[in-house]
Design a protein around this ligand. Sequence first.
Ligand code: SOE
Length: 379
Amino acid sequence: MGREVGVALIGQRFMGRAHANAYAKVVPFFDPPVRPILRVACGRNEGRLAEFARRFGFSEYTTDWGKAVAREDVDLVDICTSNDLHAAIAIRAAEAGKAVFCEKPLARDLAEAKRMLAAVERAGVPHMVCFNYRFFPAVRLARELIREGALGEVRQFRAIYLQDWLVDPAFPRTWRLVRARAGSGALGDTAVHIVDLARFLVGEVAEVVGMLSTFVRERPLPDGPGTGPVDVDDAAAFLARFENGATGVFETTRMATGRKNFMHLEVNGSVGSLFWNAEDPNVLWFHSEKDPAAARGFRRIVVTEPEHPYAGNWWPPGHILGYEHSFVHAVYELLSALAEGRNPEPDFRDGIAAQAVLEAVLVSAAERRWVAVAEVLGG
Ligand code: SOE
């Protein structure tokens, strides 16, 4: 790969904007070893796409993703579409020899995710899944503390991820509410993030037992009169046991009135604990039993010092970062890996590992029993 990476970005909505913004910011703030050149933006609504391409600086745009992927001047295909297009685009991109960067969840289900991994491995192209929450400085610091033993033996992980954008029963039945397009509901959309973070912070999940709920079973169709059925979960809750013996408690919903993007992670170990909330993303709370007894308690670490992951590339200490920065950091890691000829992290294998946990929860909920992740992963 030369000094430049030609990018085709497929999808122009929320994630398309988050990724396009990341390409724009990564160069001035991180000076990556290879530079993204925004060759082509792709989306379905041509009017909106022209405006998107103009604002974010893409030289061209097209409504045909096949054309975008096939271009000679494209080295990296960035997939920000609905879940039902991930596999088709990723496999075509791999066959064309392009690196693939794909939004989460990697696929609608495990079988599809496995096909995607097979395609990128067969083609020998780099691949990455955008689990952006891994790239918040405070989450990175949490991992460092756990790895260096500041918590002792990790015993308990708990995570809740709550949103409320589906509370109104008049909210339309968009693709996220249709199993054939999304794969699952809150499980694949939001639980997948906390599953990935559980793996990132604690380790592999061995088994789960879970339940799924759908509270609003019929919603107005987005493009016409009438309503249609909702066949995905509005909420999911599950218990887990990690391979290292730690326990996990997970809950997610897109119907928690008043909660916007409330992701709370907590880890308890034999000599310490930490917790983090995505709505206060610069702060990591850390407690150590090793502190003098009278001074013991959770300390509030503002993760904006030059010593902290990624923080030094931005502003002076205390000048906070937010949601968008996690994508800039992810893109920086992606470009660094491409320049060094190695696979970035998290990759499609991580996507599959998270997908397998989701699949185990689906089986568990359907069959009302504990399910080992190895059982759904198969051979
Ligand atoms: C919707 O629930 C959503 O946009 C998710 O799809 C994202 O992955 C999450 O970061 C924010 O919420």
